[in-house]
Structure formats: C-alpha cells, structure tokens
Design a protein around this ligand. Structure first.
Ligand SMILES: [Zn+2]
Length: 90
C-alpha cells in the first residue's frame, strides 16, 4: 500500500511538491500580515512555497502572494518573510 502524500503548488516556481517539504504562509483573518506558519496550526488563508529563498524572490516578481491571497501585498511583507526564510532555514 502506498500512502498518498498531500501535494501543494509553490507560489514561486509553480512546482508541485509534497506539502511536508514546503513552508506554509498564512494570512491571519484579523490582520493584513502574512507570516510563516512554522507549526502549521494557524488559522487563516494559506499558501505554500518551497523552502528556498529563490522561490520567495520569484513570488515577489510574479506577485504570487497577491494572487494567492487576492490582496495587495506591500514590499515590507516580502522583506520580512525573506528575513524569516534566511534565519529560519538553518
Ligand atoms: Zn518553489
């Protein structure tokens, strides 16, 4: 029996990967902030991205977050996600 793994599409590169290999980004319902959901327990609208800062850069250029969350995303949010990526990935 093969276990079916949940797959998600990266908002940066567009590749479909196992959810477990990806980072979840969440917009909390009561806020415009988008944060990394490291524990995957946060409520709110979510999007997935590879654990690769290059994908975050791609998402910034292609407005991946804007498309996923259907709102305008200030550069500030990309900047802070970038910092979390850098420090959270080791
Ligand atoms: Zn990716």
């Amino acid at each position: 029996m093969s276990e079916r793994k949940p797959l998600r599409k990266c908002i940066g590169c567009g590749q479909v990967q196992e959810k477990n290999n990806m980072v979840r980004l969440v917009k909390a319902n009561d806020s415009v902030d988008i944060v990394l959901d490291n524990d995957r327990h946060m409520d709110g609208r979510g999007a997935y991205i590879c654990k690769d800062i290059k994908c975050l850069e791609k998402a910034r250029k292609s407005k991946g977050l804007e498309k996923s969350f259907r709102m305008s995303v200030p550069a500030l949010i990309y900047d802070s996600l970038e910092k979390e990526f850098v420090f959270g990935s080791k």
